[in-house]
Design a protein. Sequence first.
Length: 276
Amino acid sequence: MAEVNLFKNKTVLITGGAEGLGRALALELALAKADAIVVDKSKDQINSLINEISKMKKKLGRVTGIEGDVSSLKGCEEIIKNAKRVSGSIDILINNAAALVPSKFEEHKNQDIQNMVNVNIMGTINMTKLALPFLRSSKKSGLINISGFFGKVGVPYFSVYSATEFAITGFTEALQREFAGEPIRVMGVYTAGIKTNMFKGMIGKMTKMNFVFEDPEVVAKKIITAYNEMKNDLVLGKNEKSLAFWNTASKKSVDNKFKKIKTKLLNAAANFGSDE
């Protein structure tokens, strides 16, 4: 029996699409013969991705790039306007753009706090609302919100980032229930760690604490597969799944877990952005 491919011939808009997980997803979408619209702040990264795809000797979907920033409503409006210009439609929206800066809460810079809120929360909400008329006009449309383990369990020294990820989790769950019975599919993705620059300087230290970090290409394949299998949620990472479960079933046990590794987590956060 042939594998189901719900992305074939669909126009898929992906934010944060030229680096890390977004880049890996764009490559998978091209292989799935989707028409991918890649949104990213970096024009150079977009061009690099499109150049890489153009050299692949396979039958692929079309990939176009839009330079854009989801951190403001105006930026999101420009993205949707340009997406309409280059494609005319949006069948599936993947909210992948994210910002992360770990810190002791009292030492967080206001600029970093505001940027995480603007990109992670407002970017996801604004892009979804603006894309909704296009999704409603599509026969089989979809919304994929990329959150993470930090949206299931509050992690010390990732307080603001966790808050923004919890917001995406709640937004996704609410829309799943609100759109139940309608043609729009909503899938929530809760990744473990991903080996990208987003976690630069922390991967080695956090891996020693049994946090899972996967290659973006592996995560991208899992997301594509889960969507094709009609899953509503995808939770990744063995240890992360366990902590998310016990955070609900027995919060005290998770509190004790973090109490033991609190100093190590602070050291990992302090190493953010450095070469390991």
